[in-house]
Design a protein around this ligand. Sequence first.
Ligand SMILES: Nc1nc2c(ncn2[C@@H]2O[C@H](COP(=O)(O)OP(=O)(O)OP(=O)(O)O)[C@@H](O)[C@H]2O)c(=O)[nH]1
Length: 491
Amino acid sequence: MKEKNPWHTPVTIIITVIGVIAIVALVTVAVLQNRPLPQKYKYGIVLDAGSSHTALYIYEWPAEKDNNTGRVEQTYSCKVKGPGISSYASAPLKAGESLSVCMQEAKQRVPGRRHSQTPLYLGATAGMRLLNSENSSASDKVFQAVEEALQKFPFSFQGARILSGQEEGAFGWITVNYLDDRLKQGLETKGALDLGGASTQISFVSDNYDGSESPDNAVTFRLYGNDYNLYTHSFLCYGKDQALRMTLAQQTQSGPGTINDPCFHPGYTESRNYSVLYDSPCVSDRKPQGPPANFTHIGTGDFQQCQEVVKRIFNSTHCKYSQCSFNGVFQPLLQGPFGAFSAYYFVMNFLNLTDTSIPLEAVREKLGHYCATPWNQLKQQHPKVKLKYLSEYCFSGTYILTLLTEVYNFTSENYPNIKFIREIKGSDAGWTLGYMLNLTNMIPAEAPDSPPLPHAGYVSIVTVIAILLLVLFILSLRPLWPLCSKRPQIV
Ligand SMILES: Nc1nc2c(ncn2[C@@H]2O[C@H](COP(=O)(O)OP(=O)(O)OP(=O)(O)O)[C@@H](O)[C@H]2O)c(=O)[nH]1
């Protein structure tokens, strides 16, 4: 008689089939449930209303990562045609109109279904700070016009306001360190050096600064579980355009008809209007009495003399703190790497001086050579560069070098710690990203929970467990094995 194979009993077959189905179902559900969803994005728009011009930035981040950050990226930037909004004090409506081309572009770039949830911010910096201090009603009218213009767009407009110098410095520092992934990882931070048209900011963390000396320069943050005591200062009127006005004011104090300016190239001659030059709160109190309407601005192209003229706009005679940069402003010991952006980058990039491993002496020599280049020769060499920019690079380069080495006290040892940067990982260095991250609460105070397993890791673990279960299941049927392996006996 043929002995029945115990594997062929209906109960065993049913149990085996159910077990296999259960395991397959378990793996399938795990894989499907944890499959990465098609990415959905959110957007934010920030308008940087600077003294020299306005720029629009669009940022994008995966929708489900709101609170986890690390992934916000600039996807688009648009330079508004014309001057900064503070220049429209006498025709405020034009300030609003000037934004429309970039805003229309933003409307195209942000998907329509996201328009109403996309926050739109406008932050104004030193140009509006100066206008507000000089004529607050004119500044209010400019803001009113700008707000009315922005409200016409389908975004979620969150208001237009002037950033304080401290905010501008601190948000620039956040941007640089966020993009460098230094905050999330709790790494040593990078200082931020920002040179605008009307103000300049220096922000860094120093071990010898805890905010007790000169508390006005302190900003404290808790980001991703780490505490930071940031030193920051914004020098109003020390952006490169206003600094140029101040050096010209130094040289025209007695109201001459002609000035020989070492910061401009030999052969450069321009007629300038006294009223236009002194039409800024940075210099208006120094306007000479009864000057002629115009003066002739003649370049002599001498870097060393230019540096002497530039140095005169920094007052280092008084300091009530342990140490100061200038104008009696406290500055702790410089520490760590620095990112220098905005005009620092534009100017040093044009001058081919972004490589900070070049010894300072060689940088001075190069600048000396550049400043001495005749104006006509320079125009021929750079036919496509805006004449205003081209004429000012000698002054701007000298100003930057003087500010960094004579005022902030960078030396040959720590000058190489500076990196001149325009952008980091595709996002412009500047205050706008830090501002948006802050207003949208995208940088948590505490470190986010450790991330779950990556998808592939999760699937592998589930598969291994399923295989183990299958093996265990087979082993559990072991009592049937001897029967199964016994050769059927024929009686
Ligand atoms: N060479 C060059 N200079 C530029 C460029 N864009 C802006 N600048 C100049 O660089 C300086 C700083 O520009 P921004 O960083 O836009 O400064 P801003 O926001 O207008 O000024 P603040 O309100 O003081 O922050 C200004 O003098 C601008 O005229 C550029 O593409 N090339």
